[in-house]
Write a protein that binds this ligand. Structure first.
Ligand code: UD1
Ligand code: MG
Length: 451
């Protein structure tokens, strides 16, 4: 038996004005990824599954994000915002291709899971013409209410159109629906706009299904899965739910989180086995942490690869393009950017390593700075295997320190250092015998009160 085919339509033409932001609503991030990216990640993506996204006119940034995430997605534009059913029909060309299951989801519900889509699809397989995702809302204000007769779903009423009694219902419409693909267009085209807003409401599909003598069912899920984001406060709530989920997943995969509630992860963070993350660590997008690595407290990592048994922090900042080899050590107050540190490299204290490559087992002393920027362009620093850079050295890029070379502390290195050479760039030291004593005596005389 071949798997049922599906078409998912993501509605993302909303204005999102309550976000009070220039950024389109669906591009706001949760756990380092856009709301839209989360929804697209959860929607079916097998070889029999197609995807369409409905966006507003002039939403080029949204279109770019869709193309980046799913090259197979078809993008449709809803020119006028006449309601959710109208938005679905903007994707009519995709609907007529005739998938077995038509799934409709809002682009602002980032917590939705792939398993829920499967539950809705299973209801279609069992013969329903329409399966609606419902949830019990703590505060149902604003949500469409699911009206039941016994356990049969007969209609969805938008909050504004509800009677006083109907407002008491806490079973709400989550906004995700699954239609039998052969019936979907007939149902959605019958939806009118006789409501207080005069919009074409997708929720009226339930009443249409009943009129046509078909069956509509409710599949229930938890409120945390279907929180829709309309405001910055709701964005923060979704972040908190997502973080709790990611921490739980990480711990289930064997990561030790000493104080999970203080660790922030990204949706794409990957872990090897026996990783330890100490309290108060922030991990942004694009981070992979290999077996046995330890991330000490107060570290901040973005787009960084951490090798096996490497150690980071406390108080380290790993910026995009950082790659740490196995057993590498980054200590406190060290910042790295576009830097590859091979196995066993140590940068233990107070350094900036940017646009650099450091060969295996090199030791970079406290306070070393790669001077990568001259105010106009960025330049590279190459440090060979086993090199030793003394503390408080400035490496003025572009510059190469050869393998096994030694740089004396406090040097400002502007010329390449050959392999195994010793480079010292500082004034020769002079010691004046008894000089300190003479200075002390002079100062004491100055301090003695004049008679
Ligand atoms: C909608 C539901 C409501 C449900 C709630 C769940 C309808 C009519 N109402 O209400 O029953 O409880 O979601 O969060 O479906 N959109 C378009 N084009 C339009 C209108 C909307 O693309 O013309 C998109 C929006 O971008 C958004 C989604 O559809 O992603 C829902 O629209 P929104 O205005 O947020 O509906 P709610 O009032 O939240
Ligand atoms: Mg909404």
């Amino acid at each position: 038996m071949t798997a049922r085919s599906s078409l998912t339509i993501v509605l993302a033409a909303g204005e999102g004005t309550r976000m009070r932001s220039k950024l389109p609503k669906v591009l706001h991030p949760v756990a380092g990824q856009s709301l839209l990216a989360h929804v697209l990640a959860a929607s079916p993506k097998g070889k029999n599954d197609a995807l369409a996204v409905v966006i507003g006119p002039d939403h080029t940034a949204v279109a770019d994000e869709i193309k980046r995430l799913r090259t197979d997605a078809r993008i449709f534009i809803q020119r006028e915002r006449l309601g959710t059913a109208h938005a679905v029909l903007a994707a009519r060309d995709a609907i007529v291709s005739g998938a077995d299951d038509l799934l409709v989801v809002f682009g602002d519900t980032p917590l939705i899971s792939a398993a829920t889509f499967e539950r809705l699809r299973a209801a279609l397989k069992d013969g329903a013409a329409l399966a609606v995702l419902g949830f019990r809302a703590e505060d149902p204000t604003g949500y469409g209410r699911l009206l039941l007769e016994g356990d049969r779903l007969i209609a969805i009423r938008e909050h504004a159109d509800c009677s006083e009694a109907e407002r008491g219902i806490d079973l709400c419409n989550a906004g995700v629906m699954a239609f039998d693909g052969r019936k979907a267009l007939e149902i959605i085209e019958k939806i009118g706009c006789a409501n207080s807003k005069g919009e074409y409401y997708l929720v009226d599909a339930v009443a249409v299904v009943r009129e046509l003598g078909w069956e509509a069912v409710v599949i229930e899920t938890s409120e945390d899965e279907v929180r829709g984001i309309n405001t910055k406060a709701q964005l923060a709530e979704a972040e908190s739910v997502m973080q709790a989920r990611l921490r739980k997943q990480a711990m289930e995969a064997g990561v030790t989180l000493i104080a999970p509630e203080t660790v922030f992860l990204a949706a794409d963070t990957t872990f090897g086995s026996d990783v330890i993350i100490e309290p108060f660590v922030v991990i942004g997008p694009g981070v992979s942490i290999s077996d046995g690595a330890v991330i000490h407290s107060f570290s901040h990592l973005v787009q960084a690869r951490i090798g096996k048994n490497a150690s980071v922090g406390p108080y380290a900042r790993l910026r995009p393009g950082t790659s740490l080899g196995d057993g590498a050590r980054i200590g406190n107050f060290v910042e790295t950017k576009a830097a590859t540190l091979d196995a066993g490299v140590k940068v233990n204290h107070l350094s900036y390593i940017g646009d650099a490559h450091i060969g295996a087992n090199a030791n970079i002393g406290a306070g070393t700075i790669t001077c990568n920027y001259d105010g106009f362009a960025k330049h590279r620093t190459e440090i060979g295997e086993g090199a030793f850079v003394g503390t408080n050295s400035s490496l003025v890029a572009p510059v190469k320190i050869g393998a096994g070379a030694y740089v004396g502390s406090g040097s400002v290195i502007t010329k390449d250092v050959p392999a195994d050479a010793l480079a010292v760039e500082r004034s020769p030291q002079t010691n004046r015998e008894g000089g300190a004593k003479r200075i002390r005596e002079m100062k004491m005389r100055d301090k003695t009160p004049k008679a």
